[in-house]
Ligand binder design. Structure first.
Ligand SMILES: [Zn+2]
Length: 61
């Protein structure tokens, strides 16, 4: 995986986050992935385009 697609953890800044699940594409064509941080153990969802990945933290259910 290219370094530009390695998204740091939004909570603690750990850079080596792992993709836990690829959920699919949203209506805008972004890849939606669920990642988990190995350092703090928190999960978050990412919406990734081919140009610039970005993070969205989902509200807790
Ligand atoms: Zn973390």
């Amino acid at each position: 995986m290219p370094d530009r697609l390695k998204l740091p953890c939004k909570f603690c800044g750990e850079r080596n986050t792992a993709v836990q699940q690829t959920i699919g594409c949203d209506e805008a064509g972004n890849m939606v992935r669920k990642r988990v941080c190995p350092d703090c153990g928190r999960g978050f969802r990412t919406y990734e385009t081919t140009k610039k990945p970005y993070l969205v933290i989902p509200p807790r259910n």
